[in-house]
Design a binder for this molecule. Sequence first.
Ligand code: FPP
Length: 233
Amino acid sequence: MIELDHNRIPEHIAIIMDGNGRWAKKRGLPRSAGHAAGAESFRRAARYCRAIGVEYLTVYAFSTENWKRPEDEVRGIMGLLRKYLDEALRDMEKEQTRLRFFGDLSLLTPELRELCERAEERSKNYPGGQVNICLNYGGRDEIVRAAKHWAAEGCPELTEELFGSYLYTADMPDPDLLIRPGGETRISNYLLWQLAYAEMYFSDVLWPDFDEREIDRAIAAFQSRDRRYGGVK
Ligand code: FPP
């Protein structure tokens, strides 16, 4: 039994949902089955984070590099997103969770883009927690995009705070905790600016198996660490 301090639940958790392919391979299933199980794991994680009071959950669903994957795999992931968005739009009133999408959505099909925009628009005033889905997202791409906005506004006096206001995460706190299941210990171009002070939690458990207990483990590790933000205590 993992004991959590419910007064110190991270306000913002970011997750790199890695290991779907290997999960499927281990079972002799196609990679698409791994992504389907990964999408299920995402739903479960979002429900659980919300239930324990995590205010923001940001997940990496598709990177700017993921287009290099075989066409049918890309199509499969987009299909899962579409299914998720259809359900989210259907259940939105009940769930009261705000949904946001980070990334360059211009490369998605017009249909998928429209679903993302509709979900964002309809949920924007909900009081519940917020789920951010990174789609065709890259950390460097986000920083370049922010720099272009700043330049387009005539290069106003630059501070970290001002620069942060051009990022997708403008109106929210930085992640307190980054979770990467799947055994790799890299950031993979994820939230490069925002992870400056995040605690990192890496696990060998593959994402489809990353259940509530694994999230508790990650939060317990977070709570056992001493965050100093470069200072002393
Ligand atoms: C990484 O695992 C996972 C992805 C590139 C896709 C993540 C997508 C989902 C979880 C499904 C759709 C999402 C939502 C929000 C409905 P991998 O394929 O790189 O695994 P591997 O390293 O074992 O090959």
